[in-house]
Ligand binder design. Structure first.
Ligand code: SF4
Ligand code: SF4
Length: 384
């Protein structure tokens, strides 16, 4: 398989602390086997870039390179020893798809929804009726909008995006398309990238109704990172074997550096380069966003890039302070900042029946703003 030419957005940005000579890719790749997968017995075997390693129900894993693939002794990981280089000069190829060939290309490219977990795109598209009347939202924000994928699409692949819009118009002729990916700057604030929230804002409905619309397939939601990878596969022949990792630095005082810094990484590649590319004062790492809490790791044990689970990496100068949790001081900050009026204080006050569960989108904002350090989000997760 030919590998496509990289648009400018693929060029990783170099931070002043980075070693510009450092290569990010090493020759050995380690990829987790999805739990419960039934694995063929033909390993070790030679594989090519884009070849299926395993086709699990909710995830397809493709070989990210040409090389020799084997299983680790405990059969929990594929290990691939790369041999040879791959080409990076595949041009734009405007291809005409039918509904069936489009589903096939989603499958071949292992395209997954990056807006909803555990959903392949061929499953998602085929869960809508071809002649159904429903709304399709081409949304401008990725879940936490780490990176401006809308701009990547419009700056680097405008023709492909136009073609994609025509394609979905053709395959879902009765659907109404809302193209929200526009060239003008659209201010973002969390939780705008959470599908239920976005749809409720756009349609003026409650979170409950937006969730029902998404679940019952009267609304299709495609976020910009998902669209980005559709375009790469459908019009540049690039399967889902690489993904952007956004890196954010947090100093000793807990201040986040807002510079946009990212890498385009290959599934399974070692993350050892991170240690060499950043100042040695960054010792702690976490793959969670600030809204999800911190599962801290020593930066020396980052392991390998996992395309399904790694899209953000926070590097800390020191272990974030584990805030002691104090008694609620009735400041109502949680309720004030809750974007959906779910009444989170009720959970803290043990009045769970007054918490509006159906309105909660698990955004984590209430926890972030609580001055008493109460982990309201975890308490909610026990209820939802
Ligand atoms: S209750 Fe908390 S987690 Fe739920 S929507 Fe409100 S702020 Fe977000
Ligand atoms: S923000 Fe924290 S302290 Fe303030 S009312 Fe909510 S739970 Fe209580």
């Amino acid at each position: 398989m030919v590998f496509p030419k990289l648009p400018r957005s693929f060029t990783r940005k170099l931070h002043k602390t980075e070693n510009k000579r450092e290569r990010t890719i090493q020759g050995n790749f380690l990829i987790p086997v999805p739990p419960g997968s039934s694995l063929p017995d033909d390993f070790p075997k030679r594989v090519s870039l884009g070849e299926i390693l395993v086709d699990a129900q909710t995830k397809r894993i493709l070989s990210p390179v040409n090389g020799l693939a084997s299983l680790t002794a405990d059969r929990t990981h594929f290990q691939i020893k790369q041999d040879g280089a791959w080409r990076t000069d595949s041009p734009l190829q405007i291809t005409s798809y039918t509904y069936e060939t489009f589903l096939e290309i989603c499958k071949v490219g292992a395209l997954a929804s990056l807006d909803f977990e555990h959903l392949t795109l061929d499953q998602y598209f085929s869960s809508f009726k071809k002649d159904g009347t429903f709304d399709i939202f081409l949304a401008p924000y990725a879940r936490y909008n780490y990176l401006p994928f809308s701009n990547f699409i419009l700056d680097e692949m405008p023709e492909a995006f136009k073609e994609f819009e025509s394609l979905i118009r053709k395959i879902f002729p009765n659907a109404k398309i809302h193209n929200e990916i526009k060239p003008d700057f659209i201010p973002f604030k969390h939780p705008d990238g959470i599908p239920e929230f976005f749809i409720s804002q756009k349609t003026g409905s409650t979170i409950r109704d937006a969730t029902t619309a998404l679940d019952s397939r009267t609304v299709m939601y495609l976020g910009p990172e998902t669209i980005y990878h559709i375009l790469r596969m459908a019009f540049y022949n690039e399967p889902f074997t690489r993904r952007h990792l956004y890196v954010c630095l947090v100093d000793r005082k807990g201040r986040m550096d807002t510079e946009s810094r990212f890498y385009l990484l290959t599934n399974g590649q070692s993350l050892d380069f991170v240690i060499k590319n950043f100042d040695s004062r960054y010792k702690i790492a976490s793959f969670q966003s600030m809204y999800e809490g911190v599962n801290s790791l020593d930066i020396r044990s980052l392991g390998n890039f996992d395309i399904y689970n790694h899209s953000i990496l926070l590097l800390y100068e020191r272990l974030p302070v584990i805030r002691n949790s104090f008694a609620c001081i009735d400041c109502y900050e949680c309720n004030t900042y809750c974007p959906t009026n779910a009444n989170p204080i009720a959970v803290v006050k043990n009045n769970s029946e007054e918490f509006v569960k159906s309105q909660c989108i698990q955004c984590g904002i209430c926890t972030l703003y609580c001055p008493s350090g109460i982990d309201i989000r975890s308490k909610i997760q026990g209820l939802v």
